[in-house]
Design a binder for this molecule. Sequence first.
Ligand SMILES: Cc1ncc(COP(=O)(O)O)c(C=O)c1O
Length: 471
Amino acid sequence: MLVGVQERTIEFGRCRPRRSCPVRSSIVFQPERPSSRMPLPQNLFFKVSKAVHGTSLPPIPQAYKWAASYVPTKSRPILDMSQGVPGLPPPKSVLDALGNYASDPKSCGYCPMTGEPKLRDSLAREIKHVYGCDADVLGDDIALTAGCNMAFVTAVMSLADSGDEVILPVPWYFNHQMTLQMLGVTTVPLPTYSKEGFQPSPELCEKLITPKTKAIVLVSPNNPTGAVYRPALIASFASLSKKHGVALIIDETYRDFITNDVPHHLFVPGHLQKTDCKEFHLPEDWSWRDTFIHLFSFSKSYCVPGHRLGAIIAPSGVMDQVKTVLDCLQICPPRPIQLALQSSLPDLRPFIQENARALAHRHELFRSLLPKTWRIGSQGAYYAFVRHPFTGISATEVCRRMATETGIVTLPAAFFSPETKHASTQALDAYEHGDQWVRFSVANVDDERIKAVCKRLHEIESEFGWEVDAA
Ligand SMILES: Cc1ncc(COP(=O)(O)O)c(C=O)c1O
């Protein structure tokens, strides 16, 4: 419930109301996100981009600003659960190879625009390992990028023009929304609900599709909710996208942290889908090559976020567009990391699996130690999305006090949500997570820190002096 939050009704950006859309007129939001706009630059003889100026400030530094006013002690250090970064380096073999290639004059030059062919072929083989041996992906279907964020910008620039629309489930990965905003592409929010485990609804999504829609974007496993979308749900979105002639972009940065299932079956042609896969609702003539764009990051699976490597797998008709964009944005992806990984991806599978198991264990530990008054809405891969128990207090205020007074750094759901609201009951329901939900990243803390976080969460219930929700 939105209690104690000053309500404002603001029209939703550039989005106009749509016919047959029950949720668009019901958008709710928490206005408490601190200074989410850049200050206008002073003392310049020229003007800056309106689109960039109109984009929210990156949220992580805002959380770190809160944390900066906490005075850590040896017994009470900062407990940073805000950023989705790996908590360990890659294996020594990767570090050694990186060092060797970085100091080799031969790797100082450009490589082909879409990346080293050997790594692309190797990644195509990993696709078969992860998605099944019938997955139909070749090295030439892949372009390597300087990280997955670069892959997203490239995909959107390849598909959409200013004024077009892209549908994003809410809460969203904020860089996706920020990118769309900077490109002048309208973000159409698709609400998801805690009672549905933050799984997006294809039926609701269909109502948001207009002639301007260029793509539906999913993130699975999700950032910020951690929700893992079932293959059947992803298949429904694929069918929907095909039916309406829009692209389905799935950011699968966290795909290797699914420990009990394949991420989806979209890479398998319709005629090769197993009979028991019928429940996945993929049409007989399904081919990923006319509908689907897959985005991947090496940052999390291989623990190399600073070396900037990602990938985009796109239909050949889009690949020419992708190459044009990449030629301008990056010319080629960073070389030493490509060379370091190109022969070793299969050897690194045990490392990835072990990390995925360790994270799953840490999620369990977190769930078992969290005070019962804090309710987990969804959990998976790097993140747990948790409802705080304080009556009438926004998650932003809870996160601010947790960071400044107890050194627990987290992000409120308002950082992952639209900044506009409409004051209808339906809207309160739609954006409930904008009020009370907090994202905890379990990736870059060890088990001891998880225990320390949960202990402090118990303590703050009395220390903060707020009424605790009995429900
Ligand atoms: C969903 C999602 N996509 C992309 C990225 C960024 O990946 P990269 O480091 O490869 O740019 C992140 C990082 O947190 C993410 O959560």
